[in-house]
Structure formats: structure tokens, C-alpha cells
Design a binder for this molecule. Structure first.
Ligand code: SF4
Ligand code: SF4
Length: 282
């Protein structure tokens, strides 16, 4: 079973929910936690451990100017504007290249070959006896988050219980994280901004056909508008976490709510049970 944890906006406590869920479940079964927030991964802060590192590369074209006759076919083919054929040379813009390989195939002169280019890395760590953490890291300034997320998820593809922490927002990296997940936990807070961005996130899960439920975090008890929104969209509010200085203090020390206050494990077990129901398991 694969569960995604997402949120329409940053700062809702999505990573905290993913970490506590994984920690709690790992006490009774094997769990893999995948940090897909590759531009700013921070799950490792909850689980400091030695890691093994694997580079993530994409293939980018190299043009042999001696063989190329500037026919223009590669430039016409590239839908991303990564190739511009001039009279005397071909310009390549690597930050625009999506590594589709098409230019190599269409070149009638076989003047293009591909070379690997590093865009990031994936690390693996066994952080608890039954919990593995896989983390994707996008190299600074690189725009290609999706292949790094794909590589991180691939490392967990044979695992039975996988929890993927998505980046905030609703852009391509979030869609890639949600792809092939059985259920999605949408973490929100009961503010107008929270509801606005929750609506965007719900739209994404609906379009992808992924069953979703909601966690309200930092609740001050004034949740009625969020509850109404969820009722109108057939979304189960799976758990509510109160606004509580003691919880904030635990997190600010980089610790886990369910480790410091084990009574919370019951709540996160019920969150998992509701994910299983969402996914059609029970
Ligand atoms: S398709 Fe090949 S030959 Fe034509 S411009 Fe591109 S690299 Fe040169
Ligand atoms: S590999 Fe694809 S995206 Fe990259 S330059 Fe070639 S055609 Fe464009």
C-alpha cells in the first residue's frame, strides 16, 4: 500500500504527519518513508542516521558539430525549446531539456549522442529497526524535480507499505509523488489560506482518481468552515491535531509527537486504518 501525504500550501505540518505515521506503524510492521519534497527535504531531521547515496542522472544530448549539417530537424522536434539551430551551430539549453531522447532519434545525420548529467541524488537509511527512509535531493538551481522524485519512489517500488511525503503545492512534483498511490492524506489548517489551498489539492487528487481524506492540524477549535468544505467534497476528516504549545515544543526540538507522547500513537493508527478504508482495503 502506498500513501501520499500532501498539502496545498507549505507549513501545514505535512512532514510532521508523515513522520509520526511512519514512526507509529514501524512499531508493528515494516515501513518505507520516502521524502519526495526534493527541493527541501527535511524528514531526515526527525531520523538522523548514516546514509548511502546514489546519484540521479538524466541523459542530455551532445551535438557533433562536424557531422551536423544544420538541417533544423532537432530544433523543430524539441517541444521544450531546448535546441535552437542557427546557420553555423546548434544551441543547447540544458535547463530546458526534459531528456526525452527525441532529438537523437530524429537526427538524420546521427550527429547527436547522449551523455549523463547529474541532477540530484537519492539517499537510503535504515533509521529504525523496521523503518527505512529514502530521501530525494535536487541539486541547487536544477529545475528537474520530477526525475529525482521518480528515482526515490523507484527505490521503494517493491516495498509493501510506503509513505510518500510530497512537496507543498499542486505542481508537477506533487502529481509525480501522488502517481500510483492508493490513498492521499491532505494536511490543512483551518484558515482561509488553508481552505483555499486545500481546494486546489483536492482538485489534483480528484483528477488523478486518488481517494483522499483530510487531517486538520493546529486546530483552535474553530474548524466549522473547514468541516463544511470537507462535507461538501465528501472528504473524511480523519484526525484533528490541536494547536498546543506542548506539541509545538516537541517539534521545535526535532522530536516526534508519537515518540515523546506515546498516547498519540493510537490516533495515528486510526489515521492509517482510515487510509486503508479509503484505499478499499477494509
Ligand atoms: S537534426 Fe542533426 S543534423 Fe539536423 S540540425 Fe540537429 S543535430 Fe544537426
Ligand atoms: S532530449 Fe528531448 S527535450 Fe532534450 S533537447 Fe532533445 S528533444 Fe529537446
Amino acid at each position: 500500500m502506498k500513501i501520499a501525504v500532501a498539502s496545498g500550501k507549505g507549513g501545514t505540518g505535512k512532514t510532521m504527519v508523515a513522520a509520526n505515521l511512519a514512526f507509529t506503524l514501524s512499531r508493528t510492521c515494516q515501513v518505507t518513508l520516502v521524502d519526495c519534497d526534493v527541493e527541501e527535504p527535511n524528514l531526515h531531521l526527525f531520523f538522523p542516521s548514516p546514509v548511502t547515496v546514489t546519484d540521479v542522472n538524466i541523459a542530455v544530448p551532445v551535438i557533433d558539430e562536424k557531422t551536423c549539417d544544420r538541417c533544423g530537424m532537432c530544433g523543430e522536434f524539441c517541444q521544450y525549446g531546448a535546441l535552437t539551430v542557427l546557420r553555423d551551430r546548434v544551441l543547447f539549453f540544458p535547463e530546458l531539456c526534459h531528456s526525452c531522447g527525441g532529438c537523437t532519434l530524429v537526427c538524420p545525420k546521427n550527429a547527436i549522442h547522449e551523455v549523463p548529467k547529474r541532477i540530484g541524488a537519492v539517499t537510503f537509511a535504515t533509521v529504525l529497526p523496521h523503518l527505512n527512509l529514502i530521501t530525494g535531493y535536487l541539486d541547487a538551481g536544477n529545475p528537474h524535480a520530477v526525475p529525482v522524485i521518480r528515482a526515490a519512489k523507484k527505490m521503494a517500488e517493491n516495498d509493501n507499505l510506503v509513505i510518500c511525503d510530497a512537496s507543498p503545492g499542486t505542481s508537477c512534483p506533487v502529481v509525480e509523488t501522488l502517481e500510483n498511490c492508493d490513498a492521499c492524506i491532505l494536511v490543512t489548517e483551518s484558515t482561509p489560506f488553508g481552505r483555499h489551498d486545500l481546494a486546489l489539492a483536492v482538485d489534483v487528487t480528484e483528477r488523478l482518481g486518488i481517494p483522499a481524506g483530510v487531517v486538520i492540524n493546529r486546530s483552535d477549535g474553530q474548524d466549522q468552515e473547514t468541516l463544511d468544505f470537507c462535507a461538501n467534497h465528501d472528504l473524511d476528516v480523519m484526525i484533528t491535531i490541536p494547536f498546543d504549545r506542548r506539541i509545538a515544543a516537541i517539534q521545535s526540538k526535532g522530536d516526534l509527537l508519537c515518540r515523546v507522547r506515546p498516547e498519540w500513537q493510537k490516533t495515528f493508527c486510526s489515521l492509517f486504518d482510515k487510509c486503508r478504508t479509503l484505499a478499499g482495503g477494509d
